[in-house]
Design a protein around this ligand. Structure first.
Ligand SMILES: N[C@@H](CCC(=O)N[C@@H](CS)C(=O)NCC(=O)O)C(=O)O
Length: 219
């Protein structure tokens, strides 16, 4: 057993679990995975020993447990990789933190109506709310790529926590056929082509458990 364990939900459905999982993989950090099936009668009972919020993801490291995807990414960044997962300049770091927090706290329509489902592949017509949210994400992706992306293919050039926070959005957009500008579309493809995102999708598609696509979640 490694000293690091990540508690996650079903790969097919758990958008928030993907964020720290992708970060650990991208920074080549060894960890054990504890997978707990979501929305079962015994889910809360199984999560109880790990997660005060009774949600995934949770990171267990020595005697510390960290819950909530963005906090976990921050913890990994500080404790395990010396700050490498945010851009080096204060200006870019401020923007990267802002767009990451926005991914975390906003886009409630998309999170509700277009839940991540790695197996899903059918177009959905976005409501007015979703059209606006998609446009905002398109603007974030295009603007970051244009202004800060010259040294790589991610939002701030090289891979950062901001990319972890938008990976599940790329999966949703592909599943349900979001219409994006060409800049945003190129970035979406970068996320989808990332080998670890590919691996997550493949493993998610292999899972047998099925939840109703309309399940209520903020993930
Ligand atoms: N803000 C939390 C949200 C966590 C969350 O909603 N996780 C979902 C799965 S993606 C969950 O555990 N749902 C279980 C439940 O709501 O009972 C984070 O970023 O980690």
């Amino acid at each position: 057993m490694t000293e690091l364990r990540l508690v996650i939900g079903n790969k097919n459905y758990s958008a928030w679990s993907l964020c720290p999982w992708l970060m650990l993989k991208m920074y080549d950090i060894d960890f054990d995975e504890i997978k707990i099936q979501l929305y079962q009668d015994n889910t809360a009972e199984k999560l109880g020993p790990f997660s005060p919020s009774l949600k995934v993801p949770v990171l267990l490291h020595k005697d510390i447990n960290v819950w909530d995807s963005l906090s976990i990414c921050e913890y990994i960044n500080e404790e395990l990789i010396g700050g490498a997962a945010w851009p080096a300049s204060a200006k870019l770091r401020a923007c990267a933190r802002s767009v990451s927090a926005e991914a975390h706290s906003e886009f409630l329509g998309l999170k509700r109506d277009w839940p991540m489902n790695c197996k899903a592949s059918f177009p959905l017509t976005p409501s007015e709310v979703l059209i606006n949210e998609i446009a905002r994400i398109d603007a974030i992706w295009s603007c970051c790529r244009r202004k800060y992306g010259e040294n790589g293919s991610y939002l701030f050039g090289r891979f950062s926590i901001a990319d972890c926070m938008y990976a599940a959005m790329a999966i949703r957009f592909e599943s349900y056929g979001a219409e994006l500008s060409s800049e945003a579309n190129t970035y979406m493809q970068t996320l989808l082509d990332n080998p670890f995102v590919q691996k997550w999708i493949t493993l998610g598609r292999r899972e047998k458990e099925t939840l109703s696509i309309a399940y209520s979640s903020t993930g």
